[in-house]
Design a protein around this ligand. Structure first.
Ligand SMILES: *[C@@H]1O[C@H](CO)[C@@H](O)[C@H](O)[C@H]1NC(C)=O
Ligand SMILES: *[C@@H]1O[C@H](CO)[C@@H](O)[C@H](O)[C@H]1NC(C)=O
Ligand SMILES: *[C@@H]1O[C@H](CO)[C@@H](O)[C@H](O)[C@H]1NC(C)=O
Length: 353
């Protein structure tokens, strides 16, 4: 009798919970519609694709790259492939923050080129000097930007040492999760402004003279050629990490350092600058000392993280030139060797790494 009662109570409970779950599961869409906090937690990727063609001689949807970017709606949610035919596109281009998921695809970095020629000391429309960050031929503020097989140039002439205001950026990336492969970056002083966000550069060619990769990005450069055209003194990378809490830094993996020197391989732009070269070849172009602490006054040589792991070539002795640039072992180099340095597992396909 008692057992029977328990059993029926049991089935009552089962029924009750069944109804309860049925009702709550039906109610879920209503809850989502009336309160969207749940939606905000979910990552919303792009939906749909669109192809836009750009051809300098008029055989595409647009004749200029900026016109193609302008045609993308604000708060874009589609994957946008802007295919750019061979040719030289002489224009200044901006991809605003409101237009994520855009790819520039050229026909090869030797044949598709976007170029302009502003210098930091040139004056903008408001009559003020542009300054370095606004001299860029192409500036990207949007997230999830990518570029493949295309070159970006700033054709302002190279400065002589000591000349002021000749910084001339070819490309500025200020958006998060940007991917570049088979791209060329050409300039002299301050060619590539690796400003902010996580970036991955694969098989790119980067040419310049002074601080030709600079900024506070968190970036990996894999299988890239870093080519110096310095005439008296040059430097490859100036990284601007300002506090020990930032995750920013430049990790160069399996790169080649070529061109003319003498050349510093890294400079402490920020107090906590981080630059690591791994499996990289250095031609005989490295300056005595190898690294520079930027201003010789703030003891940056005590706070920076400059490292070298498993590098080689005739310039390697000079790269080991100061006591405060460390020779890393595998464990300390490990965080700087894989795409996890830029959280790449979540946004870079295995075939793209
Ligand atoms: C949604 O719900 C959360 C907590 O349940 C509340 O803090 C928030 O104000 C609500 N938002 C709206 C738009 O109702
Ligand atoms: C880029 O160029 C490389 C080498 O020429 C080629 O193998 C690759 O397919 C190209 N990628 C795209 C997306 O066109
Ligand atoms: C570090 O830099 C300071 C100046 O900021 C300098 O006096 C000192 O000699 C440097 N130390 C080393 C080991 O290079």
């Amino acid at each position: 009798m008692l057992l029977n009662l328990m059993a029926s109570l049991n089935s009552l409970f089962v029924m009750f919970f069944f109804m309860y779950f049925l009702l709550t599961s039906l109610a879920v869409p209503l809850i989502e519609c009336s309160n969207s906090t749940k939606l905000h937690r979910r990552w919303v990727g792009p939906s749909g694709h669109r192809l836009i063609t750009v051809d300098v001689s008029g055989f595409g949807d647009f004749q200029s790259v900026q016109a193609a970017v302008d045609s993308v709606p604000v708060d874009n949610t589609e994957t946008i492939l802007i295919q750019i035919s061979p040719g030289c596109y002489i224009e200044k281009v901006v991809v605003p923050a409101s237009k994520p998921y855009i790819t520039f695809q050229g026909a090869g970095r030797d044949v598709t080129v976007i170029e302009w020629h502003d210098r930091a000391s040139d004056r903008g429309q408001d009559g003020q000097q542009l300054r370095t960050y606004h001299s860029a031929s192409v500036s990207v503020f949007a997230n999830y930007f990518s570029a493949r097989n295309i070159s970006f140039k700033n054709t302002a002439p190279a400065p002589m040492p000591g000349m002021e205001g000749w910084q001339a950026v070819a490309f500025r990336i200020s958006g998060d999760k940007a991917y570049f492969s088979g791209c060329g970056f050409y300039g002299a002083q301050d060619t590539l402004c690796d400003d902010a966000g996580r970036h991955y550069f694969k098989e790119c060619y980067i040419e310049g003279s002074i601080d030709f990769i600079f900024g506070n990005g968190r970036s990996m450069y894999k299988d890239c050629e870093l080519h110096s055209i310095a005439t008296e003194f040059g430097s490859i990378a100036a990284q601007d990490r300002k506090t020990p809490y930032e995750k920013t830094g430049f990790a160069f993996v399996r790169c080649r350092v070529t061109g003319t020197g003498p050349l510093y391989v890294g400079r402490a732009m920020g107090q906590y600058s981080r630059i690591v070269f791994s499996y990289t070849y250095f031609d005989d172009v490295v300056a005595h000392g190898g690294w520079d602490d930027w201003d010789h006054v703030n003891n940056k040589n005590k706070t920076v993280f400059f490292g070298v792991y498993s590098c080689w070539g005739p310039g390697i002795a000079a790269v080991r030139g100061v006591s405060w640039a460390r020779e890393l072992d595998y464990d300390s180099a490990h965080p700087f060797l894989a795409k996890s340095f830029v959280n790449g597992r979540h946004w870079i396909a295995p075939s793209d790494a």
